[in-house]
Write a protein that binds this ligand. Structure first.
Ligand SMILES: [Zn+2]
Ligand SMILES: [Zn+2]
Length: 237
């Protein structure tokens, strides 16, 4: 079942034709079809193999849920990340986040959307993970919002930009899940609960690492229906 889905997913991706694209989204190679060149396809860029049914992290064969999801309450149903956050994918996402390469969002989102379709995820609204105004000012945009806008075009679902980052988060790189969660507590708030009430929500972020951020966002969606999470890539430890 899972393998069938995976094959279907891969074939679908390979069959996709982008008439305007001649460069690979991860490197400068020319591509005839699709948006990823053969060389990049040979690398393990996709988040595949045995993965946690909750958070999409790679886990040992035979396991269903990762230790993290076993030990921490998740406020979302499931998380979907098409790519593995390593190598070329990582470089490409950093370019998108810090180098103003907003055009990459269109490509990233196609893969997110295909994954959601294959998994039959039904959502009504798209909610981007918020950035603090200071960060947005520095960067020029909130990457999650750019992704949300692109996904809205593809899915015909509205973006509900209802989460607010009240204070900039300190660098979370060296913090564990609990520390991250504490760090985030009270730093994100919901500005309009009416617009998500009873609706199936899809939270979107660029990268998912410990799920601390998306979990904090999902916790605020207690008036919503089902809450799902998606991102371009998953950090796998
Ligand atoms: Zn390439
Ligand atoms: Zn998990």
């Amino acid at each position: 079942m899972f393998k069938d889905k995976l094959i279907k997913f891969k074939n679908f991706l390979l069959d996709m034709v982008y008439p305007n694209d001649i460069k690979c989204m991860f490197c400068d190679n020319d591509v005839a079809n699709g948006c990823i060149c053969d060389e990049c396809l040979k690398e393990n860029i996709f988040n595949e193999g045995n993965r946690c049914i909750k958070c999409d992290a790679k886990i040992k064969e035979g396991n269903i849920v990762c230790d993290h999801c076993k030990n921490h309450k998740r406020y979302f149903e499931q998380c979907f990340c098409p790519f593995d956050y390593t190598g070329k994918v990582r470089a490409s996402i950093l370019k998108f986040k810090s180098d103003g390469a907003k055009y990459l969002a269109e490509h990233f989102v196609k893969f997110i959307y295909e994954k959601l379709m294959i998994e039959n995820v039904v959502f009504d609204v798209i909610v981007p993970v918020p950035s603090h105004t200071k960060t947005i000012k520095k960067r020029g945009y909130n990457p999650a919002k750019v992704l949300a806008d692109e996904l809205a075009k593809l899915s015909n679902k509205p973006v509900c930009d209802v989460l607010c980052k009240n204070q900039p988060t300190q660098n979370q790189k060296f913090l564990n899940f609990e520390e991250r969660q504490n760090n985030l507590k009270d730093s994100i708030s919901l500005t309009d609960s009416k617009s998500i009430k009873g609706k199936n929500v899809l939270i979107i972020d660029d990268v998912v690492t410990t799920c601390a951020t998306v979990n904090t966002c999902a916790k605020l969606m207690d008036k919503a229906g089902f809450v799902y999470v998606c991102a371009i890539a998953r950090t796998n430890f």
